[in-house]
Write a protein of this length. Structure first.
Length: 166
């Protein structure tokens, strides 16, 4: 199966909102299905998530060499090998990628909802999520801002929304 990550809305009712949803559903129905992602997405954490969590067999970046890379990917997958567009191979190196956890996603959602650090801390405590101290929330926000090159919490929320994290 070859899928893009983005689906365009049209007059037909869509049961699946994205290529990622399609991949998840297809893998549920056919766990051994070979999957090639063909997308413009070049964010390391997204590529890492697709390759590691969804076990895609190839990731091809839609670029000037996209068609050639797609042919190479089909051949590699057919031979039971993994393929990634060479210019994106760095995305799978753990040193260069920053892993986003469920904790981070919750933190970002609360921030996007207008909560301050004390309110987020209280929410984490109420939901028995750890770490939940104000200090821990502050430290994690600092790390998130650094990794997303955000200057402030508002910019962090905007960037992570653009990435589709929240």
């Amino acid at each position: 199966m070859i899928s893009d990550l983005s689906f365009v809305d049209n007059f037909n009712v869509q049961k699946l909102a994205s290529g990622e949803d399609l991949i998840k559903k297809a893998k549920e129905l056919q766990p051994d299905l070979k999957v090639i992602v063909f997308s413009i997405e070049d964010k390391p954490y997204r590529i890492q998530h697709l390759c590691k969590e969804l076990s895609v067999d190839a990731y091809v970046w839609k670029s000037i060499h996209g068609q050639k890379d797609l042919k190479r990917a089909i051949k590699a997958v057919n031979e039971n090998n993994f393929f990634i567009t060479p210019k994106l191979a760095h995305s799978l190196r753990t040193i260069e990628t920053f892993e986003i956890t469920e904790y981070d996603v919750s933190l970002l959602k609360y921030l996007a909802d207008g909560m301050d650090q004390r309110e987020i801390s209280k929410e984490f405590k109420d939901k028995k999520m750890k770490p939940s101290s104000v200090s821990s929330v502050e430290k994690r926000l600092k790390i998130l801002k650094e990794n997303f090159n955000a200057n402030n919490p508002t910019q962090l929320v905007a960037i992570t929304k653009d990435f589709g994290l929240i």
